[in-house]
Design a protein around this ligand. Sequence first.
Ligand SMILES: [Zn+2]
Ligand SMILES: [Zn+2]
Length: 242
Amino acid sequence: MFERLQNSLVSLFSPQECKVCGRHVENLGDGVACSACWSETRIFDGSETLCSKCGAFFRDSRGSGEFRCHACDDHAYDKAAAAGVYEKALAATIIKLKSDPHIPARAAIAFSQAFEDSTFRSTTLILPIPLSSRRLIERGYNQADLLGDDLARRTGIRIDKLSLRRKVHTPLHRVAMDMKARELTVKNAFVVERPKLIAGQNILLVDDVFTSGSTSSNCAKVLKKNGAAEVNVLTLARAISN
Ligand SMILES: [Zn+2]
Ligand SMILES: [Zn+2]
């Protein structure tokens, strides 16, 4: 008993080790990464070249004209944006978010800043991308709900965690599947439970990370089929291949 109390006191008062570099994390608001690692993490500020539809990262500097990656041409959402690149501090924060339902201030601020900088300010409804009910029971919470709740609180926009449901359970090992197989798995995985609440809305789907975009696209497809006016996507991070 005493030992357990002592351990929890030590973890409370001793600085946490950065999950990226191992140095001490000095600011509580930085979460699991130190401020040096946060500075090395690319948080988008408008100076990058990104795909004008899906937000795919192209390069750190901005060229003239519009850039399209074309991999997203068939995707059903209107636009997708992210706070930054899935690397260093953002990657460590997202991994931690799967076991600890708390968004560090630095990540929450980057997420709401990404919303402010986006073209999504006419959003009327925030929808976190749902987990399957089995995954929700395993984990106890949906990390996308945490991001959605924080954004709803900061912006005053309504959040709806019930109208969109994931009916197919995707086993964890499928994360390693190739893109085509993933697309097949998420196809038809989503269903709209309350179409009246979706019709005519400018919807913002929120999630922790945007990878191939097939999950977002399938959500958008079913939402548009049920009358959504606009469906955009905002994630904390964007996975990049280069
Ligand atoms: Zn660090
Ligand atoms: Zn694109």
